[in-house]
Design a protein around this ligand. Structure first.
Ligand code: A3P
Length: 300
C-alpha cells in the first residue's frame, strides 16, 4: 500500500507514503496559504501533538474551555484528510474557502512535498524533532495499535533504517527543515528533549515566536496543562475519539489492548525495548548535525 515518492525536480529527495497520496500530491502543492496560518510540522512521533496543543493555546489567548474540543477538530491534518476523504476536491476546497482563520495545520510531509506558497506567504511554521531511537519505539507502538502492524520491534527497526516506514527517510526530513530554519525567521525548530528538560523555557520560546505576551502565572498554567499527566488525562489531546474509531473500524491484533496516544513520554524509552545491536544500528543510521547539546546520543 506504500510507495516511495520521488521528487521530479531532484531525485535525491524521496518519501514513503500511502499510495493514495499520489492522487492529492498536486492539490497539496497548490494548497492556498494564508499569512496567519499556524503550521505544525514533524516526522511522526516526535511530539507533534504536544506542539499542537501548546501552539493552539498560546495563539488563542489561553482559551482552556475551547481547548476541550478534540485536537483533531481544531487542526487540519493536511495529507491525512486528503487521503481519507474520497471527494478530494470538495475536501480541499472546503478547507480553503470555509476553514476558520487563523487555520491550524498539522503536516508530516518532507520539505519537497510542501505547498509552494509556503515560501512566498511565509506563515509561522514550528518543526519538532526527537531522537530517532525514541521515535522508532513510539512509532512501533503506534503502528501496532492504529495501523495493524503485526511485526516485531526488530522487524520495525529493520524497516526504519532501510527507509521503509511512512514518511521515511527521517534523516533528510529533519535535515531539510533544520537548514530552512537557519534561513527563514518564520520557522522555529524545537527539540522534544529540550521540552522534557525545561517545559517553561520552550513554552516561552513558542509564545515569543507567535508574538504573544503572557504573565509568568499564565505561562505556568500552560505548563501545567501540558505536563505528560495532564495531557494523558485530557481525552482531546490523548486522541481518544480517533483511537476508538480506528479500533472499532479495524480487526487489529491489539484491538482489546488499551492504547494511550500520550503513551509514555520519556527520553530514552528505547533503552527498555531495544538491545545493544539494535541501538547500534539506529545510531549508525542517524546522520544529524550536532544535536548532542539537546540530549541526542549518537556516535557519528
Ligand atoms: P511515546 O510514544 O514515546 O510516549 P506525536 O504527537 O508526534 O505522535 O508524538 C507522540 C509522542 O509524544 C508520544 O511518545 C507521546 O507520549 C509524546 N508526548 C505527547 N505529549 C507529551 C507530553 N506532554 N509530555 C511528554 N511526552 C509527550
Amino acid at each position: 500500500n506504500y510507495v516511495d515518492i520521488i521528487d521530479p525536480k531532484n531525485p535525491k529527495n524521496h518519501c514513503v507514503l500511502i499510495k493514495n497520496y499520489q492522487k492529492i500530491a498536486e492539490k497539496i502543492k497548490n494548497f492556498k496559504i494564508y499569512k496567519d496560518d499556524v503550521w505544525i510540522m514533524s516526522f511522526p512521533k516526535s511530539g507533534t501533538t504536544w506542539t499542537q496543543e501548546m501552539a493552539w493555546l498560546l495563539n488563542n489567548n489561553l482559551d482552556f474551555e475551547k481547548s476541550k474540543e478534540d485536537l483533531v477538530s481544531r487542526y487540519i491534518f493536511l495529507e491525512f484528510e486528503g487521503i481519507l476523504y474520497s471527494n478530494l476536491d470538495a475536501t480541499f476546497d472546503k478547507y480553503v474557502a470555509n476553514a476558520q482563520k487563523p487555520r491550524y495545520i498539522k503536516c508530516h510531509l518532507p520539505v519537497f512535498m510542501l505547498p509552494d506558497e509556503l515560501w512566498t506567504i511565509k506563515p509561522k511554521i514550528i518543526y519538532t524533532v526527537r531522537n530517532p531511537k525514541d521515535v522508532i519505539v513510539s512509532f512501533y507502538h503506534h503502528y501496532r495499535h492504529l495501523q495493524g502492524y503485526s511485526g516485531t520491534l526488530h522487524d520495525f527497526i529493520n524497516a526504519f533504517v532501510n527507509d521503509k516506514v511512512s514518511y521515511s527517510p527521517m534523516n533528510e526530513h529533519v535535515l531539510e527543515y533544520w537548514k530552512l530554519s537557519k534561513k527563514y525567521e518564520n520557522i522555529l525548530f524545537l527539540f522534544y528533549e529540550d521540552r522534557i528538560r525545561n517545559l517553561e523555557q520552550e513554552v516561552k520560546k513558542v509564545a515569543k515566536f507567535l508574538e504573544k505576551e503572557y504573565s509568568q502565572e499564565e505561562i505556568e498554567k500552560v505548563c501545567e496543562h501540558l505536563t505528560f499527566d495532564s495531557m494523558q488525562k485530557n481525552s482531546s489531546c490523548n486522541n481518544e475519539n480517533l483511537t476508538k474509531m480506528l479500533k472499532e473500524k479495524h480487526e487489529y491484533e491489539t484491538k482489546d489492548e488499551k492504547f494511550n496516544f500520550i503513551r509514555e513520554g520519556k527520553v530514552g524509552s528505547y533503552k527498555k525495548e531495544m538491545n545493544e545491536e539494535e541501538i547500534k544500528r539506529v545510531e549508525e543510521y542517524m546522520n544529524f548535525p550536532d544535536f548532542k547539546e539537546h540530549g541526542f546520543e549518537y556516535k557519528n
